[in-house]
Design a protein around this ligand. Structure first.
Ligand code: COA
Length: 263
């Protein structure tokens, strides 16, 4: 049985067989520190065999952010080894979501940046509010996405669009995300959870074994990307030994523009 006391950084609520996981770090725009990744992973894994749960919603606390990325303050001083480990933990959490036998919907209530966008990408369906903004701004920090963003973004919106977003760090709005196929629906913010529940109301009428099988079979189509995932984990880790990464994260925390040297 899943209970709130098991988690430090997320809120959980079970309503009509749908588990709602809310990332609860509103003052840090729900940035994903390691504890948050672990809490999300454990909550998702607990749902795998829990017959009282038929679906999962992941959202962020407040009205401004789903998740504004990995926690830059936490990783700013990481070594190459710690960076590699962080990426591997992010991959493990997001794989637990992607392979969850129960459907997982991301209810994107604001910024979905960096690791936040990658978290949304790992969910089976994405619904966002009209104020949502999406992007992979890691290159601003002298780093690359570390939670499979280089793999899943291209799968979902195509290589050309993914490369442009990954290299420019541009943010896109909800309507553009809809046009790109990054989200399935855009709704007013106060209707976000209701829209997810409406989708679940349909899915809950279907045969649970068939739903799990659909998820497994669709995921199987993409499994050949394993090498890309390992490459990303190693390359992400290596950036923690670069001068540009130190400059990029320092500049963010000091609220100034980074001065990159290509080292
Ligand atoms: N990691 C750690 N802290 C973060 C964060 C992140 N990814 N994103 C935001 N925060 C923190 C800010 O440092 C700030 O904390 P403070 O109040 O203690 O100074 C707080 O959340 C509010 O953010 P702020 O930047 O003041 O809000 P804003 O409205 O001016 O800007 C963003 C919003 C999303 C544009 C901006 O926060 C941002 O660019 N965040 C980083 C996005 C990013 O690069 N993500 C990829 C990380 S790999």
């Amino acid at each position: 049985m899943i209970t709130q006391t098991m988690y430090q950084t997320i809120l959980i609520e079970l309503r009509e067989q749908v588990l709602c996981i809310t990332i609860n770090r509103e003052d840090k725009l729900n940035a994903l520190n390691i504890q948050t990744l672990t809490d999300i992973k454990n909550a998702i894994l607990s749902a795998y065999d829990d017959a009282s749960i038929r679906g999962i919603i992941i959202t962020g606390a407040g009205k401004k952010a789903f998740a504004a990325g990995a926690d830059i303050a936490e990783f700013a001083n990481f070594t190459v080894e710690e960076g590699t480990k962080l990426s591997a933990e992010g991959h493990a959490t997001l794989r637990a979501i992607e392979n969850c036998p129960k459907p997982v919907i991301a209810a994107i209530n604001g910024f979905a940046l960096g690791g936040g966008n990658e978290l949304a990408l790992s969910c089976h369906i994405r619904v966002c509010s009209e104020n949502a903004k999406f992007g992979q701004p890691e290159v601003n920090l002298g780093i690359i996405p570390g939670y499979a963003g280089t793999q899943r973004l291209a799968q979902l919106i195509g290589k050309g669009r993914a490369l442009e977003l990954l290299m420019t760090a541009d943010l896109i709005d909800a309507q553009t995300a809809l046009n790109f196929g990054l989200v399935n629906h855009v709704v007013p913010q106060d209707q976000l959870i209701a829209k997810c529940e409406e989708i679940f109301a349909k899915i809950k009428n279907k045969a649970p074994l068939a739903i799990s099988s659909v998820i497994r079979c669709v995921n199987a189509y993409y499994e050949k990307r394993a090498d890309g995932n390992n490459l990303e984990i190693n390359e992400f880790g290596n950036f923690f030994g670069s001068e540009d990464f130190i400059e990029g994260t320092k500049a963010f925390l000091e609220k100034r523009k980074a001065d990159f040297k290509g080292k």
